[in-house]
Write a protein that binds this ligand. Structure first.
Ligand code: NAD
Length: 314
């Protein structure tokens, strides 16, 4: 499906950045909020951010050209009457979002896709407020949305393949990195984050290290590796048996079942899917030149190291 015009509902921290991202990539965008003061602020913030992105060489069009593709309004009904895609980014309140979805269903053309930036509310509840559940999908951006690449797509069992595909293509065309979940899950991203953040806070609470030392340890170790490898590929460069031994040790020493690895780890260890070195882990490396792969990884690490050193971050 061809997307020409997009509405973003909610012009707060996320909404304004999402709106000017679409506009940077040539889409006509209407940004909707409840009062003119909020919209004025959204416009000003957008100007500063687009200027900064242009200075950094990340946007080719000047701010005036990007802004010429954007409208700012409080009129929900008329602004969505000709849009092909809506990104809803109002406050995280289920009743408010359901009410907006009911209105969008009424005011938008029948082909319009309705996407939500919700962090953890069930997409199926929003879909149920409409008569077009096949065209409802979660499209969760990460703050700051005009910079961070991921858009996490969350289909429900009713979301059509066409809706998923159109949403993937839309965000690819904006230079984003869409990733599609297999099903509507409660707060997928917050779930991953919760483990790390809670553990960092627990270490602080136990007086194991200062906040500054904890941040340094994460940023300069696995935090450094994550952009290149991600968690699962990163494990393949290590060894699943050793990882299991480490988590088993934590279970015993802290007397805490929270640290026990999922059953899949035991299964994979039994099957010998331990690492890249043995040819299979979470990914298959049977026909891959492993030495070359390690060199490519190291090259990426070197580039990242230089950027961080130049920025004075290390
Ligand atoms: N802030 C983040 O880091 C972040 C990250 C990812 C996802 N999210 C999600 O994005 C959504 C928006 O979050 P935010 O941080 O931008 O919130 P925010 O409070 O900055 O902005 C929400 C905006 O929605 C507007 N709004 C409320 N009711 C409205 C209505 N009826 N019509 C139009 N606009 C209305 C508010 O006036 C406000 O400007 C939430 O669902 C949140 O969970 C936030």
């Amino acid at each position: 499906m061809q997307i020409n015009k997009i509405a973003v509902i909610g012009a707060g921290i996320m909404g304004h950045g999402i709106a000017h991202t679409y506009a940077q990539y040539g889409f006509n965008v209407v940004l909707v909020d409840t009062n003119d003061e909020i919209l004025k602020q959204a416009r000003n913030e957008s100007i500063n951010e687009i200027d900064m992105l242009t200075e950094e060489g990340l946007v080719t069009d000047e701010v005036d050209i990007v802004l010429s593709r954007m409208q700012f309004t409080t009129d929900l009904k008329n602004s969505v009457s000709d849009v092909d895609y809506v990104e809803e980014a109002v406050s995280e309140d289920l009743d408010l979002k359901k009410d907006i979805y009911k209105k969008l269903d009424k005011f938008c053309p029948s082909h319009t896709i309705l996407a939500s930036n919700t962090s953890f509310l069930p997409i199926r509840d929003l879909a149920a407020a409409t008569r077009r559940s096949d065209k409802v999908i979660g499209a969760h951006w990460v703050n700051p949305p005009h910079i961070i690449p991921l858009v996490e797509l969350v289909p429900t069992s009713d979301t059509s393949d066409e809706t998923i595909q159109t949403t993937v293509e839309l965000h690819k065309s904006c230079n984003k990195a869409p990733a599609v979940l297999a099903r509507d899950a409660h707060g997928f991203m917050p779930r991953l984050l919760a483990v790390l953040l809670n553990e960092a806070i627990a270490c602080l609470e136990e007086g194991l290290a200062s906040a500054e030392e904890i941040d340094k340890m994460v940023s300069n170790s696995f935090g450094f590796r994550l952009p290149t490898l991600g968690p699962l590929r990163g494990l393949d460069y290590w060894n699943l048996e050793l990882f299991k031994a480490a988590t088993d040790h934590l279970v015993v020493e802290y007397n805490d079942e929270r640290y026990r690895s999922p059953k899949l780890v035991e299964t994979m260890v039994e099957q010998g899917k331990l690492s890249m070195k043995v040819g299979e882990g979470f990914y298959n490396y049977k026909d891959v030149d492993i030495l070359q792969l390690r060199l490519e990884r190291d090259r990426k690490y070197c580039k990242q190291l230089k950027v961080l050193r130049d920025a004075g971050a290390i």
